[in-house]
Design a protein. Structure first.
Lengths: 337, 110
């Protein structure tokens, strides 16, 4: 399965600089890139074309629902051409969104399309944030807030042009919006590419490290600034929970509130499995459950982390409790027999 | 549904049988057992609305309204949209009224 990483970030935040640097590294020679032309950002294509042969340019517009079929066709075409030997085989795909795009439809394209989902899986969503203008952009642009809230990795760019205190203040604001994402810094050249594109849930060898990372982030920031547009909270259970009841509940919750539940990530201790199970989703899309060979820390039990816009923790907790109680009732006759 | 459609169909993330590598040990339910357990829980949750879900050939579910209207759905993810259509308005799992009714249902059944 080839990971599809999504590079998002507001206009001028440094997405192309990041890609240009990454693609120039020998480790990333087996990377295919899909960029998107949107007004002035068409320049992106010129820059990328010089460093990467496998660049494809979508015809027009923004990668969102309206041209999602274009993205489907582009990914399928890439895969077919690589299989035929028309282009070199690639082991990683990066999709760069426009500055105004919502990255969530890209995730649903990869997960929902029957052909694509058998060859590709979603990797990390990486959001670049302009170190100079990022704070003002977050205040003024709801698209920028959503990009940050959905991301697995946030990269503050242009750090060579700002004071350290400003970078710290911006990182704090970003943590309030997204407690789960790692926040890195870049001056254009010096950044941890392996953390951005290498460490991810889809890689079984690095899954445990990734889970430990976002559990630590949630523990550190879980009660942060609930007045923010997006905030996170953790539901914890110290006993094994019923996967079937949990799945029923989460599908009902996302059906009703998926627009406002930007991310959900969970490490679950289940009645149905001896080892922990990892779930993660973006808005209405939940990825297939993942096996974790062992617990990342000494602590057992389930932890489900939500990043939401205006969905209250108390209501979510009470609702899940009710559904889990139903599981016990559903099992009762069989137990009695 | 033809065999080819079945092969190319999208597997729902909640189905343990389709993600056997994620669930280790011998605690996982059989396909039929899982679907039976799922319909029991959904029916307990939908009882306050007088709606009912039943399994159809271990491949689909059928949702029935109090007035006898029915809709066939592929998986649990599609149930909630069908509930809305048959009911005529959205259903919110965070609605305290529904949560209380579910709690009463659990208490009566235990």
């Amino acid at each position: 399965m080839i990971p599809v990483h999504v590079v998002t970030g507001f206009l001028g935040s440094g997405k192309t600089t990041l890609l240009r640097e990454v693609l120039a590294r020998p480790d990333f020679a087996d990377t295919a890139v899909i960029v998107n032309e949107f007004g002035e950002v068409g320049l992106d294509h010129v820059l990328l074309e010089e460093v990467e042969e496998g660049v494809l340019l979508l015809e027009s517009g923004c990668i969102c629902c309206t041209i999602r079929s274009d993205l489907q066709e582009t990914i399928r075409d890439l895969q077919a051409r690589a299989a035929k030997g028309a282009i070199p085989r690639f082991n990683r795909l990066i999709v760069e969104t426009t500055g105004l795009a919502d990255p969530a439809p890209i995730v649903s394209t990869v997960v929902a399309e029957p052909v694509i989902r058998n060859h590709f899986r979603i990797g990390n969503i990486i959001c670049t944030v302009d170190g100079i203008a990022g704070a003002a952009t977050l205040e003024a642009q709801p698209e920028a807030k959503k990009q940050v809230s959905i991301a697995d990795r946030i990269l503050i760019t242009k750090t060579d042009l700002i004071q350290p205190a400003a970078a710290i203040a911006l990182a704090s604001r970003l943590s309030a919006l997204n407690a789960l994402a790692d926040i890195g810094r870049s001056d254009g050249r010096d950044f941890d590419a392996d953390l951005l594109f290498g460490v991810e849930l889809g890689d079984p060898g690095r899954r445990e490290a990734e889970v430990a990372r976002w559990l630590a982030g949630a523990a550190a920031h879980g009660d942060h600034d609930h007045s923010a547009d997006a905030h996170s909270f953790v539901l914890s259970y110290d006993r094994p929970i019923d996967w079937i009841a949990f799945g029923i509940w989460l599908t009902a919750l996302l059906h009703a509130h998926g627009e406002r539940i930007l991310r959900v990530k969970g490490l679950l201790e289940l009645r149905e499995s001896e080892t922990p199970v990892v779930i993660h989703g973006v808005q209405h899309v939940v990825h297939p459950p993942l096996h974790l060979a062992r617990w990342p820390t000494e602590e057992r039990g389930s932890k489900i982390v939500f990043i939401t816009r205006g969905v209250e923790e108390t209501a979510v907790r009470q609702s899940l409790d009710r559904f889990l109680e139903l599981a016990a009732v559903a099992d009762a006759p069989a137990d009695a027999a | 549904m033809c065999g080819l459609c079945g092969l190319l169909g999208v597997v729902h993330w909640t189905e343990t049988s389709a993600h056997a590598d994620a669930f280790t040990g011998d605690r996982r339910r059989t396909i039929r057992g899982e679907r039976l357990h799922r319909t029991k829980i959904v029916n307990a949750a939908l009882a306050p609305l007088r709606m009912r879900l039943s399994d159809f050939q271990a491949s689909n579910y059928i949702l029935s309204s109090p007035t006898g209207r029915r809709e066939i759905v592929d998986d649990i993810g599609a149930v909630w949209g069908a509930v809305e259509r048959l009911r005529g308005r959205p259903l919110d799992p965070l609605d305290p009224g529904w949560c209380d009714a579910i709690a009463e249902q659990a208490e009566r059944s235990s």
